[in-house]
Design a protein around this ligand. Structure first.
Ligand SMILES: CCCCC/C=C\C/C=C\C/C=C\C/C=C\CCCC(=O)SCCNC(=O)CCNC(=O)[C@H](O)C(C)(C)COP(=O)(O)OP(=O)(O)OC[C@H]1O[C@@H](n2cnc3c(N)ncnc32)[C@H](O)[C@@H]1OP(=O)(O)O
Length: 286
């Protein structure tokens, strides 16, 4: 009973298992588990959380209950947050954003709220917060958030150095079933000298088309991405990634995408993405 409770707690709280114990909670001596369990519970109480608080994890700071576990067992750490850092909205401006990126952000942000008869109303556009925040709101996201690994990251976000790789924000227009992403490519995304790597361009296209497909159809996976690179993108420049729904057919959602210069004059890339709706269980082989 205790063991299964603690195994559950262990899984839910993403304790990093020592390598030789990986995937095998049963190998942890019961005394050790109980001791660790008490420390976990004490840590949670210290931070005002109860057992039940684990299910609806509130975005609180990391709980430092790292503890040496004795001979042959390395340090265990746990976090009450399913990601190893507290949630942060990476789609908000930061110091690495160029004035051009900031201006475009301000432009679309202003369209999120319109004034009608002297009253402010919700406009046609909506800024989407970054993945960590959206995950729990999407269909199936709650379930996913329970099994995400502590060190896992959406790799387009969470870089130590702001501006080094993908800086982007997505604005969605639900009426038009379209979205626009303002994307600034940092120095780590270099492919051809001075220009953005084709894989990085594919990544931002997959992320943007995948985002709009998710908003329109719920959880999906990319089945096919078709990309034509028309002109290179300079490293450090800001481009627009526009995506729109082309058609839906049963579980399939087809999204089109164009990457252009910020003023729209130059076409860099064109793509289509086919997304297939999945049950979240598909990700876990059930
Ligand atoms: C991934 C997140 C899920 C949940 C997310 C929740 C919240 C997230 C919140 C916000 C999201 C924000 C950002 C999103 C960011 C990034 C997006 C990245 C997405 C990815 O990075 S994702 C990784 C790469 N992706 C894969 O790792 C897929 C591997 N793959 C499979 O998992 C299966 O292959 C699957 C599921 C695709 C289909 O498998 P299946 O068994 O469910 O369905 P089936 O095969 O029957 O196909 C059904 C119909 O699609 C047609 N069809 C299938 N494949 C086709 C193809 N390639 N070309 C043409 N048509 C195709 C069939 O012909 C049939 O068509 P028809 O019905 O007409 O016969």
């Amino acid at each position: 009973m205790y063991a299964s409770h603690l195994a559950n707690l262990h899984r839910q709280t993403n304790i990093q298992e020592p390598r030789h114990l990986e995937g095998s909670i049963a190998k942890v001596p019961v005394g050790m588990m109980i001791r660790q369990g008490f420390q976990v519970v004490r840590g949670l109480h210290r931070h005002g959380m109860k057992w039940s608080g684990l299910a609806g994890r509130q975005p609180i700071n990391r709980v430092p209950v790292s503890q040496s576990m004795g001979v042959g067992v390395r340090v265990l750490t746990m976090s009450s947050w399913p990601f190893s850092s507290p949630p942060r909205d990476y789609s908000l401006p930061n110091d690495s954003w160029s004035p051009e990126m900031r201006n475009l952000y301000d432009h679309y942000n202003a369209l999120c709220e319109v004034e009608e008869e002297g009253q402010k109303k919700r406009g046609p556009w909506r800024r989407l917060p970054s993945y960590n925040r959206t995950l729990k709101y999407a269909t199936g996201g709650q379930c996913l958030s329970k099994v995400l690994q502590a060190k896992a990251r959406l790799f387009t976000r969470n870089t130590e150095e702001p501006g080094a790789s993908f800086e982007y924000v997505v604005f969605l227009n639900k009426q038009e079933k379209s979205c626009v992403c303002i994307f600034q490519a940092g120095h780590l995304l270099e492919g051809p000298p001075g220009h953005v790597h084709g894989g990085a361009i594919a990544t931002i296209i997959d992320s943007v088309t995948g985002t709009i497909a998710t908003y329109l159809a719920g959880p999906v996976m990319t089945a096919n991405l078709n990309i034509n690179y028309r002109s290179p993108i300079s490293l450090g420049s800001v481009v627009l990634v526009r995506s729109a729904l082309e058609k839906t057919e049963g579980r399939k959602t087809l999204i089109s995408c164009q990457v252009t210069s910020a003023d729209g004059a130059r076409l860099h890339t064109e793509a289509t993405g086919l997304f297939v709706a999945i049950n979240v269980g598909h990700l876990f082989g059930t």
